[in-house]
Design a protein around this ligand. Sequence first.
Ligand code: F6P
Length: 358
Amino acid sequence: MRIGILTGGGDCPALNAVIRAAVKTSVGFGWEVLGIEEGFDGLVHCKTRPLTNASVSGILHLGGTILGTTSVANPFAYPTLGEGGKTIERDISGIVVSNFRKLGLDALIVIGGDGTLAIAEKFYDKGIPLVGVPKTIDNDLGGTVITFGFDTAVNTARDALDKLHTTAESHRRVIVVEVMGRHAGWIAVNSGMAGGADIILIPEIPYNPAKIVETIMMRERLGKHFSIVVVAEGAFEQGGQVTYAETKRAGRERRLGGVGERVAAAITELTGKETRVVVLGHLQRGGPPTTFDRVLGTRFGAAAARLIRKGAFGRMVALIPPDVESVPIREAIGPRKIVPVDSDIIESAREIGISFGD
Ligand code: F6P
């Protein structure tokens, strides 16, 4: 038995923990493991290397992925130079299927977020026996209560909020902290609650600048001359649209960014208060994974190998407490898991005075 492992999409803390556990478990089953480099692109160009217990030794605590990754090489919409030097998208998925067979692979573990798992689901339909592992700091995949990487990202953001609090207070400033969260405000809500934010803006609750200002001015009246605003990159104003940092490019999702500046400009204009913006960006995707993510990644990696042993293809490992179980990949790439606006976490936040800008 020979299996392949690949990591696709944005990097994420604990990818290496998953790879390590999947390799160790597979080797324990007596299988050979091939690491596929840079996501599905490794199957387009046969970029592989053998993975043994020795090659995954010492990587548990490391951020990133030893296999490399990419967000720009979807074999079903592969960016290729077209006529007149224009980049066009081509379907070259047949190359992947034939390389999978050429490499003598019997099964594949695909570690990725919604984009990578949607690609995986299409290859499963084309006959590749594969299983998925849910990765994203955004925690917006269906089927699993938590994706690995999320806990580390929240801790990174919370740590930044702790540090920014003191400067906000010392200078009597408003500090707007833009965190990741393309479609869902999980990082913003959790880091904001743990880091003592006064205002949290998320894609699920479009904001009204006047309401943000109301909270800041109320705090001023109470003698609190500083405020901390956490804004998810995908948040937008009531009746407005999300803010992009770039125009659409072939073969990749459009990059978000800039909502923090937009919110800060409105606050300065309406209150006259000195405001600063901190964009945490990819800091949230790096660094050593937390204990929670190391354990979850290890459980996911081992469970993925067990899924293959059972022949449960087309499925994804999922945390359904207390156990790691499995769900069809289709479920994970279906409706996104966004923050329910009527959930207890939002209710509790509102009850302790956190504003959602609505
Ligand atoms: O999906 C994870 C994520 O971190 C999003 O929150 C963010 O919009 C995106 O990745 C950024 O990706 P890139 O690495 O392409 O900038």
